[in-house]
Design a protein around this ligand. Structure first.
Ligand code: UDP
Length: 239
């Protein structure tokens, strides 16, 4: 900003499950709501970068289980994330905020290639940046890409939006009625307890590079804005 103080910059990870509203394809109602919530935080001055998943279209591991070559299946998974990225761009722009898509697989008619310095420039100008195509590499997940982009773009926090759960619990709250929600957990604890909020590679990248992560529920209708603004909802995972 004009006072020289850097604005809050966050990396939001949205799963394919969110895009599809639990089904295959896109749920326009969910997208409208989430885009409006993102727009509100951007109007408050928060810089928002987003990594999108693709599980509402294809997951490499599932196609492999049906006999496909894993690497090819993973490329299909990555292309699915690009469809989500383009959809999100459209909904964010209709909510009044300029938005750019950058992909890790080059397809310049559709999106910009991933160029970190250019992504930062977009963020500084108040544009949302959506990253599609994961890392561009098979055998990776979009969770891991979220950790990598957050580290490279020097985001203050990774915000992991979850469906059906509002943070990290001592046990699976659907299985165990005594499970208690945690306000805070270290990466060491999360990894040693085998918590699968994000995959192990993503946890370990965050731990090694000292990136904080907040896990929150997308269910409540203002939670995305609250998390983007820095409210202490859900569970903080950090060093
Ligand atoms: N994928 C990949 N490399 C990446 C990111 C994703 O191969 O860097 C593939 C992988 O097959 C994955 C699919 O894209 O199953 C969709 O991504 P992900 O499962 O992370 O999406 P989410 O579970 O968040 O919806």
């Amino acid at each position: 900003g004009p006072d020289g103080k850097r604005r809050r910059r966050v990396l939001l990870k949205l799963s394919g499950e969110m895009f599809g509203g639990g089904a295959v394809g896109l749920d326009a109602d969910v997208l409208t709501r989430v885009a409006a919530e993102i727009a509100e935080a951007v109007r408050d001055g928060v810089q928002v970068a987003i990594v999108v998943g693709g599980g509402n279209f294809f997951r490499g591991a599932e196609l492999q289980a049906r006999g496909m070559d894993r690497a090819r299946a993973d490329y299909m998974g990555m292309l699915g994330t690009v469809m989500n990225a383009i959809a999100l761009q459209d909904f964010v722009e209709r909510a009044g905020i300029p938005c750019r898509v950058q992909t890790a697989i080059t397809m310049t008619q559709v999106a910009e290639p991933y160029i970190p310095l250019r992504a930062v420039r977009h963020l500084e100008k108040g544009r949302v940046v959506v990253f599609g195509a994961g890392a561009g590499m098979p055998y990776f997940s979009t969770d891991t890409v979220a950790a990598q982009r957050a580290a490279e773009l020097r985001c203050d926090e990774i915000l992991v939006g979850k469906n059906g759960v509002d943070g990290v619990y001592t046990a699976d709250p659907k299985m165990n009625p005594d499970a208690v929600k945690l306000d805070f957990i270290t990466y060491e604890q999360a990894i040693s307890q085998g918590l699968r909020v994000v995959d192990a590679a993503a946890f370990s990248l965050c731990q090694d590079n000292d990136v904080a992560m907040r896990v929150f529920g997308m269910g409540e209708s203002t939670n995305v804005t609250r998390a983007l603004r820095g409210e202490k909802i859900g569970t903080l995972v950090s060093a």
